[in-house]
Structure formats: C-alpha cells, structure tokens
Design a protein around this ligand. Structure first.
Ligand code: TXA
Ligand code: MG
Length: 318
C-alpha cells in the first residue's frame, strides 16, 4: 500500500515491521534500529551481505545522546551547519546500537533526513530508524514511491509516499580521524560545501581495499541495460550507431544529426537537475529495452563529482 499519512507506518514500525520511507536523498527501507527482527528483514529483503552496515536515522539532535559515545568538535560544527540534510556521520557507537546494525564495527553511521514526512515520523516514534536505500543489493536507488513498489511490491506492507526525492543522490558519508574529516562516500552534499565549513577534507571514496566499507563496492547503482559513461560522446555514438541506444548528454550536442534508433535526452547543463533526475532517468530507460545507454560524463565539480562516481560504479560490467 502506498500512503502519505504516517499513522499506520508508526504502528508497523512499533511491531518490528519494515516500510518504504521517503527522504530528500533516496527512499529507504526502514525499520526500528532497536529491533533485530526488523534489521534481519531489511537485510533479507535487499539481499544485502551482512557485513554491509546500515545508516541510523534520527529526528532531532538530542537523540544522538545514548546512541554515540562521543562527538568530535568538527562533527558538531557539521551537525549545526548541515542537519537536517544529506550528510551521514560515522561516530563511535554506544551499546544501544547492536552489532547487526554496524556489521560489528565500532562506529555507527547516523543522519537526520531533511524531509517533512520523514521528520514527522521520526519525531513521533521513540526509537531511531535504520534505513538503507530501498533497492535490491547493487541496483539503482529509488527516488519515488513507485520505484520502491516496483522493487518490493507486496513484500512490504506500506510505502510512505513523500513525493519524488528532491536531492536524488544518496547522502555524503563523513568520518573523523583526530582532527581530520574524511569523506567515505561522495553524495548529495558536495565536497565544496563541506570544505567551506571545515577546511580541507580527505577523500577515501575510492579505497576499494577497505573491506570494512563494503558499500564502496565497485559495482553498484546498476541498471540491467549496459551503461557507458562517455567522455567522448560523439565518438561513442558513432561506435554503436547500429544499435538501439539512448544517449543522455549533459548540456547541448550542437549540430548533432538525428540518427534512427537513437533517442536523445539532456540534463540541460544543470547539475542539480541532473542529480535530482539521474536515477529516475535510469529507472525509466532501463524499462525500455535499449541495447545500450550512453551517458555523458559530468563536469568534475560540485555535484558533478558525485554524479561521475555513480556513473562509474553503474557502468562497470560483471
Ligand atoms: O541517503 C542515504 O544515505 C540513504 C537514505 C535512505 O538515507 N541511505 C543509504 O543507505 O544510502 P545505504 O545502506 O544504501 O548506504 C549506506 C552506506 C553503505 O555503503 C554502508 O557500507 C555505509 O553506508 N555504512 C553504514 N554504516 C557504516 C559504518 N559504520 N562505517 C562505514 N560505512 C558505513
Ligand atoms: Mg544503497
């Protein structure tokens, strides 16, 4: 059932159930962070390996007490600046957070989503929610209630519909080593935004040796249709011109002749528009039986860095 009222959602969550849950980044598959039953259901529904930890969602800063053992000074600065918002912090966990949530790690990932319905729900219940993105392991994250429905259908009792996600990319994940701020996943909050508040940050986004961070797995966010992230889009179109292809370019392709069998889409040169719509485009194009989707590489700044990161992971073949 898809609904936009929270009453039934509260009841389901209090009874160890799992629901589809809107946030400003992507939809989550949410359950009580204190319910081992809900946590197990989430791993099972997503077919997610148990060594891949979950993000805990809270509705107000004071909920941090009890969940974490300490808050580094720079974490406080970031919380004041960016919560609620698309920023997840890795903080030392207290014993209230089970090892099932953190996959045995000493840190717990926490964020406060900036979505009115999510905040309303989180502030009505007296426990935090764990919520990974509401997609099967390695597939494209959902940005509408319908995406969640098409993935899980009757396997979950309720999807809370908060409209299309306005950020459309997952949260940025940040940890702390001494005074150093470390970015483990590029996301909807840009490096430029972070650095304007805490100075230079360190990027460990591509450290694939960190088995401790399985969410950084190279293959991720993938459509079923082969996807090519292209730096030379005109050349690549020519290479595959005999196939049925979808071409998504960032800005304008001046003077491009229309070719039979090729559909063109544009992000109109707007990084925010591209971020809000990339996953929606991929969901849609994936259902239209193309032989190949070619997406032009984004400019390497601001949200373009995150968009390129997702495209690279999505376009790696098995
Ligand atoms: O925007 C988001 O963050 C969305 C919405 C629903 O909040 N959630 C989301 O969750 O993207 P998920 O589970 O799809 O991705 C969470 C990532 C995973 O890559 C996981 O490995 C990493 O966070 N993670 C979670 N806890 C961690 C921890 N304690 N240490 C390191 N990485 C952690
Ligand atoms: Mg995910």
């Amino acid at each position: 059932m898809i609904t936009s009222t929270i009453h039934l959602a509260e009841t389901i969550l209090k009874n160890d159930g799992v629901i589809g849950f809107p946030t400003e980044t992507v939809y989550g598959l949410a359950g009580s962070a204190y319910s081992n039953k809900a946590i197990q259901s989430i791993f099972q529904l997503k077919n997610r390996p148990h060594n891949n930890p979950l993000i805990v969602h809270i509705g107000s800063v004071h909920q941090l007490e009890g969940i974490v053992r300490e808050i580094p000074p720079k974490a406080n600065v970031l919380i004041n600046q960016f919560w609620p918002g698309p920023l997840t912090l890795l903080l030392k966990k207290s014993s209230k957070i089970s090892d099932f949530v953190t996959a045995g790690q000493d840190t717990v990932a926490i964020r406060m989503p900036n979505h009115p319905l999510a905040l309303e729900l989180l502030n009505k219940i007296d426990f935090p929610l764990v919520a990974p993105s509401a997609n099967p392991y390695q597939s494209i994250s959902p940005t509408t209630a319908n995406h969640v429905e098409s993935y899980f259908g009757a396997k979950i009792p309720l999807i809370l519909d908060g409209g299309p996600c306005n950020k459309g990319l997952e949260s940025t994940i940040v940890g702390f080593e001494g005074d150093q701020v470390i970015v483990y996943r590029l996301g909807a909050l840009t490096i430029e935004d972070l650095e304007s508040i805490v100075g230079k940050v360190q990027l460990k986004n591509n450290n694939h040796e960190l088995v401790k961070l399985p969410g950084m797995a190279k293959k991720h966010y993938s459509p079923k249709t082969p996807l090519l992230c292209s730096s030379f889009i005109r050349n690549d179109i020519q290479k595959y011109v005999s196939k049925k292809i979808a071409v998504v370019y960032f800005d304008d392709l001046d003077g491009l002749e229309s070719n039979k069998g090729i559909d063109y889409f544009s992000f109109q040169g707007d990084l925010q528009y591209a971020s809000a719509n990339l996953y929606g485009f991929l969901h849609d194009l994936d259902s239209r039986n193309y032989d190949l989707i070619i997406i032009e590489k984004f400019p390497d700044l601001d949200l373009g860095k995150t968009l390129n990161d997702r495209l690279e992971r999505a376009s790696i073949k098995n």
